[in-house]
Design a protein around this ligand. Structure first.
Ligand code: IMP
Ligand code: MG
Length: 372
């Protein structure tokens, strides 16, 4: 049996095998059957695609009468007011007065689970139970019940036994864990007009990183009417700043969506010490860290003339008035520059000269990124 395999662009190490999986399933079956008894005929509902192997092996050992069916959870964008819409595809059985047991392959953030609960809550069933084969307790932050848990695992991406990475790996009999040695998490820092956005889009390609810009996340959450988006909007509509706690939750959500990335470039985050501390704590839970804060250093006068130049074509009124621009800098200096100290104390601050052509600056940044 191979200890390391390659799927698409990633390497995976063997984690555990079929025997451990079957033991967990035997125990799940026993717990479910103990709770339901001999006379209850449950209907087991597997959530496709990942659960098909689990459901097959579960059913095979279930000792009394039962039914089985599968559904798929589909998410699509509704109208402006309905935002994300979730729907179960493939459910044709009448569930009235039935005991329904959902079988999930893996629960990670619990986002999928909360969508499932939303849907089943409105059905006239007798009772709802949920069993998951794999569970990541460090990531799961929802206040939702999970009745039966097979195997708890750390917050690492796994494949095999029905679980895939981009479509592949479902046929593996063992579970394999993503090899994550050279994760790079970088905070890209610098005042307005320093060229962060331009450089981030070049560097993310070169290092295969995910570029997370807080501004983009805000806009996306608000557009999709997510719980956090609605919350953020309520502060913005009242003319208040969105509290750190909301910003932090949005960021975590976004990070958790990219389960197999080689790292992140954070842009526009953290903005406060509280956010920086929350980010450190969050990454530590994953066994990761910020590798460095890389700052583009550009003298203020140069920035002002750059922004004024941009203002001639950007049409942004805040780009056209020198005193407003200087105001933005003061804000940056008083609130955000304390972060430089925060990362300096951890020996993680790297200043890069932000003057010169785009190519020159990219070269300087690469020298630093390669060290991190
Ligand atoms: P959640 O909504 O974050 O709980 O994630 C649930 C879904 O994400 C699962 O049904 C899987 O499709 C996928 N997923 C989460 N973690 C993993 C993993 O480690 N390997 C493969 N798929 C995963
Ligand atoms: Mg699933």
């Amino acid at each position: 049996m191979k200890q390391t395999i390659k799927i698409h662009d990633k390497f995976f190490n063997r984690y555990f095998g079929a025997e451990k999986i079957q033991k967990a399933i035997d125990s799940l079956v026993q717990q479910v059957h103990d709770d339901l008894g001999d006379d209850e005929i449950p209907i087991f509902i597997g959530i496709l695609n990942g659960s098909f192997m689990f459901v097959a092996d579960f059913i095979r050992v279930y000792p009394t009468n039962c039914e089985v069916t599968f559904v798929k959870l589909a998410s699509y964008e509704g109208t402006e007011s309905t935002g994300q819409v979730n729907e179960l595809v493939g459910l044709t059985e009448d569930l009235t007065n039935r005991t329904v047991v959902i079988l999930e392959d893996i629960i990670d953030t619990g986002n999928t689970l909360s969508k499932i609960y939303d849907i089943f809550e409105h059905l006239p069933i007798k009772q709802l139970k949920l069993a998951t084969l794999f569970f990541k307790p460090d990531v799961f932050k929802k206040a939702l019940p999970i009745d039966y848990i097979g195997i708890s695992i750390p917050d690492r991406f796994i494949i095999g036994y029905g679980l895939d990475y981009d479509g592949l790996g479902r046929n593996l009999k063992s579970i394999y864990q993503l090899k994550t040695e050279n994760i790079k998490n970088i905070v890209l820092f610098g005042p307005p007009g320093a060229g962060k956005g331009t450089q981030a889009s070049i560097l993310k390609e070169k290092y295969d990183l995910i570029h997370i810009s807080t501004g983009d996340i805000f806009r996306k959450n608000i557009k999709n009417n997510t719980e956090l988006g609605i919350l953020a909007k309520s502060f913005m509509d009242d003319g208040d700043l969105v509290p750190d706690s909301v910003t932090i939750e949005m960021l975590k959500d976004e990070v958790n969506k990219h389960r197999t990335t080689a790292g992140f470039i954070f842009d526009g985050f953290p903005r406060t010490i509280l956010q920086a501390e929350a980010l450190d704590a969050f990454l530590a839970e994953k066994g990761e860290q910020i590798n460095g804060m890389v700052a583009l250093e550009v003298p203020e006068d140069e920035l002002v003339s750059r922004i004024l130049e941009r203002g001639k074509t950007s049409g942004r009124p805040d780009d056209q008035n020198e005193s407003k621009i200087r105001n933005r800098f003061n804000e940056y200096k008083t609130k955000t520059e304390v972060l430089k100290e925060y990362y300096e104390k951890q020996d993680k601050y790297y200043g890069v000269n932000g003057l010169g052509s785009i190519d020159d600056i990219t070269c300087e940044l690469i020298k630093v990124f390669d060290k991190l």
